[in-house]
Write a protein that binds this ligand. Structure first.
Ligand SMILES: Nc1ncnc2c1ncn2[C@@H]1O[C@H](COP(=O)(O)OP(=O)(O)OP(=O)(O)O)[C@@H](O)[C@H]1O
Length: 284
């Protein structure tokens, strides 16, 4: 099963927020949707989940447009900071409502997770702390039977221990099988080992669509003299430049390490460093 976005544009009045986005989500993956504040990530997720409508372009599940398509929407579950549930609703009622809407719900997984998080499902949402409300919504999402689960900044207010429990639960749920998780987060270091593919949105444009493995094996900090760097590193591969003592350090992407001359030194970049350099370009 796959979700395909073709030339998706979103404008709010005269402001263009998403510019011709083309991407595909397939089942069986954990995707990271990354981007700086205001880049357009939530807007993209809201469009896919029928919470907003595109200004142009199409979003389809296995070729069938998603807009107001109940069958397609039954395969998508999204949770975000916006609470669509009333404050008076108890956590277990939220699970029951999910079951009523989607047909089934993984009660045993949800109950086990609630115990791990020390969350009482009898509590009303409005009585929960910010972190525990995030946890309640997450458990609801992870219990949903849909093929695609979208989590927009899911760890809001959650402490480090609870985030750890959450990441373990994600691995258990999505480590195998044919569900897909689309995780929009700023905590890149924490999810780096979990996600297998990244999409990076920058100022409303998709600027990266790669497996994490490909990104990591082709992103480096290369240091050496300005002359040697200019001679050996194509400017199209350079994301950012920093003076480094009397030398220069350039951050490169899509670089084949076999092309590196002995006179230059390369260190691999982790995903967060890569993201920061990619979205905060320097000049050379
Ligand atoms: N309903 C709306 N009306 C007008 N502008 C909006 C609306 N929703 C979002 N925007 C604008 O669209 C842009 C993208 O916002 P969006 O929330 O999608 O970014 P984001 O990548 O999720 O950011 P963050 O990481 O800070 O949550 C922002 O400039 C925002 O102000």
């Amino acid at each position: 099963m796959k979700i395909e976005l073709k030339d998706v544009v979103k404008n709010f009045g005269h402001t263009n927020v998403l510019k011709s986005i083309n991407l595909t989500f397939e089942t069986g993956h954990i995707y990271g949707l990354l981007g700086r504040n205001g880049a357009g990530k939530s807007t993209l997720l809201n469009l896919i989940n029928n919470r907003m409508f595109v200004s142009d372009g199409t979003i389809a599940l296995d070729g069938h447009p998603i807009k107001n398509n109940e069958q397609a929407l039954n395969q998508l579950f999204m949770t975000s900071e916006d609470t669509l549930y009333p404050g008076d609703m108890r956590v277990k009622k939220m699970w029951r409502t999910t079951q009523d809407f989607y047909g089934t719900f993984d009660w045993s997984f949800a109950k086990r997770l609630a115990r791990n998080f020390n969350l009482d499902p009898n509590f009303k949402l409005k009585k929960l702390s910010t972190g525990n409300r995030s946890i309640a919504k997450l458990i609801t999402a992870l219990g949903a039977p849909t093929k695609f689960i979208f989590l927009d900044e899911p760890t809001l207010g959650m402490d480090a221990t609870n985030r750890d429990i959450f990441y373990q639960a994600l691995l258990e749920k999505f480590g195998s099988g044919d569900q897909s998780l689309i995780l929009s987060t700023h905590l890149i270091q924490e999810v780096e080992k979990m996600i297998d593919h990244i999409f990076v949105i920058d100022h409303g444009q998709l600027i990266e669509d790669q497996t994490v493995e490909t990104v990591q094996s082709h992103a480096f900090a290369i240091s050496g003299s300005e002359t040697l760097i200019k001679e050996h590193i194509a400017s199209s591969k350079i994301m950012s430049v920093e003076p480094f003592g009397k030398q220069y350090k350039v951050y490169v992407r899509d670089y084949n390490l076999a092309d590196l001359p002995d006179s230059l030194h390369a260190e691999p970049l982790d995903l967060q460093a890569y993201f920061v350099k990619l979205t905060n370009r320097g000049t050379f």
